[in-house]
Write a protein that binds this ligand. Structure first.
Ligand code: NCD
Length: 408
């Protein structure tokens, strides 16, 4: 999209985030999802609880039918002009779970944009035929512009639909942050399939780490790799500041284009997180090294698509080995530390070799599946059917407990 097409929105785009947020809501409820900072602890708890309920209810045929009958009157447009596997498919299957029908535009060459229609006009067309637009673009502020377009249309009583940002350039990826939080929360609950009244994994862990608490608060989260240009890191680190006493350790190549941006670092520090930068997992940290301290490790790939020719030349002189996880490093991690990766992992670079996949601490495939539950929960919240899911869940678990004590 050309810069001048932002013209109408330019003054709105440059406002501080706290001024923008109320415009993206209807009353207390989110209407558009553009920034991670729109999520409060309350919303996170609500959406993650709904995700848990959906995954439980979905285990039965009747439950699936109930979910599919919640939103059959809603149609979603998946407008993904940047490559995507997980975000696209998990949104699509989240829609299917709730009975939402979907259509897609993935290549603008197949739409009238090839006849020089502006992306803003395309968006207005989508809103004529669909009830929500879920979009990914390489233009960082395009989704935000679309939300303003929809608000302007709504104000003049014309058709206006919610916009979900499914990845905006190198800027933000709020729904990925949502599924990352959900995955971290589940990992740090320390539930174990073998938990019983006599033994729990949590109590076992507490024998070697008596101060261990359940939950995200107080934990040390490591981010490794291209922490500056990875939009998932930018969104997730913001959400983590909603929890108390967080430590965030950024392990990245010592290059200004790859290290965490100074403004991002100050934002996290202003929000009371402890932020430290390291060049390798072996760097000293407390009485041991970084890798031994982490409760969660969030690996990322090198975002090569953002490289300029000068970057290519510059990066050729860097040693990237420290940003590849190895079985030896994993062996030094805490017994419960969760390893996450937003995926795709770079097969050639090998930031996580497949030999680590079988380790119980490798959460990245579960993380990807969580995207489906969390996105279904987000849609349920946006269309205000999450309380119906809560009611059904109560009934469902009461009945299942009656007939099948101990199974749930
Ligand atoms: C990420 C993305 O597209 O930002 N992937 C995803 O949505 N799961 C991460 C990446 O591309 O590195």
């Amino acid at each position: 999209m050309k810069k001048e097409q932002f013209y109408d929105y330019e003054s709105r785009l440059s406002r501080p985030i706290n001024v923008k947020i109320p415009e993206l809501q209807t009353g207390e409820r989110l209407r558009h999802v553009i920034f991670a900072d729109q999520f409060t602890r309350g919303i996170l708890e609500r959406v993650t609880r709904t995700a848990d309920r959906i995954r439980t209810v979905h285990k039965s045929k009747d439950g699936c039918r109930f979910l599919r009958e919640l939103l059959p009157h809603i149609k979603a447009m998946l407008y993904f002009t940047q490559p995507s596997t997980r975000t696209f498919l998990s949104f699509m299957s989240a829609c299917q779970l709730l009975g939402v029908s979907c259509a897609e535009v993935r290549d603008p060459k197949t739409s009238s944009e090839s006849k020089r229609e502006s992306p803003i006009d395309s968006m207005r067309m989508f809103s004529s035929y669909f009830d929500i637009v879920i979009m990914r673009s390489n233009q960082p502020q395009f989704a935000e512009c679309c939300a303003y377009l929809m608000n302007d249309l709504g104000e003049t009583s014309r058709r206006s639909v919610p916009i979900i940002n499914a990845g905006a350039g190198a800027d933000e990826h709020p729904t990925q942050a949502l599924l990352d939080i959900y995955t971290i929360q589940r990992a740090l609950t320390f539930d174990h399939p073998k938990d019983s009244s006599k033994w729990t994994w949590f109590e076992e862990l507490r024998q070697t780490e008596p101060g261990l608490r359940r939950g995200i608060g107080g934990k040390k989260i490591g981010f490794c790799g291209d922490v500056r240009r990875g939009r998932t890191v930018r969104s997730l680190s913001r959400l983590l500041t909603l929890y108390d006493d967080m430590s965030m350790y950024f392990v990245s190549p010592p290059h200004p284009k790859l290290r965490i941006a100074p403004e991002m670092k100050s934002l996290l520090i202003d929000r009371k997180a402890e932020v430290r930068e390291f060049s390798t997992f072996d760097d000293p940290c407390g009485s041991s090294s970084v890798i031994e301290n982490l409760d969660v490790l969030y690996m990322t790939r090198l975002q090569r698509e953002h490289n300029s020719p000068e970057d290519e030349a510059d990066f050729a002189n860097l040693d990237f080995n420290p940003y590849r996880l190895t079985s030896k490093l994993v062996a030094r991690m805490k017994p419960y530390a969760a390893i996450l990766h937003p995926f795709p992992r770079d097969e050639e670079f090998g930031e996580i070799p497949t030999s680590i996949d079988a380790d119980p601490r490798a959460f990245y495939f579960r993380q990807a599946r969580n995207g489906m539950w969390v996105r279904a929960a987000l849609l349920a919240y946006l269309f205000d059917v999450d309380s119906q899911i809560a009611d059904y869940y109560e009934k469902y678990t009461a009945e299942t407990k009656d007939y099948n004590t101990g199974v749930l």
